[in-house]
Design a protein around this ligand. Structure first.
Ligand SMILES: Nc1nc2c(ncn2[C@@H]2O[C@H](COP(=O)(O)OP(=O)(O)OP(=O)(O)O)[C@@H](O)[C@H]2O)c(=O)[nH]1
Ligand SMILES: [Mg+2]
Ligand SMILES: [Zn+2]
Length: 287
């Protein structure tokens, strides 16, 4: 049997990339697995080539994770794209996204796009955010989809992985995808305006680049609520830098408890005030 990756998933269509053949086939699931398993983009499948265009899917490998929006399985990295301006940076949305993807088991990579637009002061401001997120333990890559600055660095970070984009509308996700893959995306491939003007996902496609790297585009979104995914008391486990501290109480929520080392670290400047305040805001206890 041969191993493939589902890179196209739309209505009845399943596009499977076979690693050995380096070719995309139309996947036809065997009856026995149709009943048991839904097949998503990002699924690794095993099966047999039937003819030059057709691949019979015999089994679907267990998923390491599954992202709902867009529906993609086995996501290694989520490229979270923001801009300092056009649109303005929203650190609350970024921190919510970091918590959610950490929870879902996909490694976040923070990308700041449109650095070609920044003047000297704004570059300093970008550097300040970069230091904050690097300090917290994240990758942070400034790029410009237009000039190509930083794109090679980003490529290195997502090499050999399945990645998807996340972030607000208009930050340049599709533009970065084009810069990475050389594929021109005229319109977002996975969202379509319905008559009511709402965006609906109609299918998912992963684009291949650099041999075995795959990346999926995503329509932008303006808000994500971490508490939709997890309990309030769990949120603290997904602020990476908090995990370096052992407070007096092991179940410390880092709000009002005595002996809270996280709060102390904020005072000392070891943990960023912005990140801590967003934490309080997420759990609903900001003043
Ligand atoms: N100056 C500048 N403009 C950019 C850059 N990247 C993208 N843009 C512009 O920003 C606008 C939005 O880019 P898109 O790639 O469509 O943004 P998106 O994140 O895919 O947006 P949605 O699909 O709505 O979520 C377009 O007008 C792009 O030309 C960049 O690096 N620099
Ligand atoms: Mg787009
Ligand atoms: Zn604490």
């Amino acid at each position: 049997m041969k191993k493939g990756l589902v890179i196209d998933r739309e209505a009845q269509m399943i596009g499977v990339y076979l690693f050995e053949d380096k070719k995309v086939y139309r996947g036809i699931p065997r009856k026995k697995i149709i009943k048991k398993t839904k097949i998503y983009a990002g699924d690794y499948v095993l099966g047999n080539v039937i003819d030059s265009e057709t691949f019979a899917i015999e089994s679907v490998e267990e998923r390491k994770n599954f992202l709902v929006r867009p529906p993609v399985a086995n996501v290694d990295k989520v490229i979270i794209v923001f801009t300092l301006k056009k649109p303005d940076f929203d650190s609350f949305l970024l921190d919510n996204l970091l918590v959610v993807y950490e929870y879902l088991g996909a490694e976040p990579v923070i990308v700041f796009n449109k650095i070609d637009l920044l003047n000297d002061d704004e570059r300093k401001e970008l550097k300040r955010w970069k230091d904050i997120y690097i300090n917290a333990g994240y990758d942070f890559i400034p790029v410009s989809a237009i000039t190509g600055e930083g794109i090679d660095t980003l490529k290195e970070h997502i090499k050999g992985n399945i990645s998807v984009f996340a972030g607000p509308s208009g930050v340049g996700k599709s533009s970065i995808l084009s810069a990475l893959t050389g594929i021109e995306l005229k319109v977002s491939q996975i969202s379509e305006k319905t008559e009511r003007g709402r965006h609906t996902t109609t299918g998912v496609r992963l684009y291949r680049f650099n041999e075995n790297s795959f990346i999926g585009d995503t329509p932008g979104f303006s808000s994500v609520d971490a508490l939709y995914f997890m309990e309030k008391r769990e949120v603290k486990n997904y602020f990476r830098e908090f995990l370096r501290y052992r407070c007096r109480f092991s179940n410390c929520t880092h709000t009002d408890e005595p002996g809270c080392l996280v709060k102390e670290a904020v005072k000392k400047g070891e943990i960023s005030k912005e990140r801590y305040e967003n934490y309080l805001k997420i759990i609903g206890s900001s003043k």
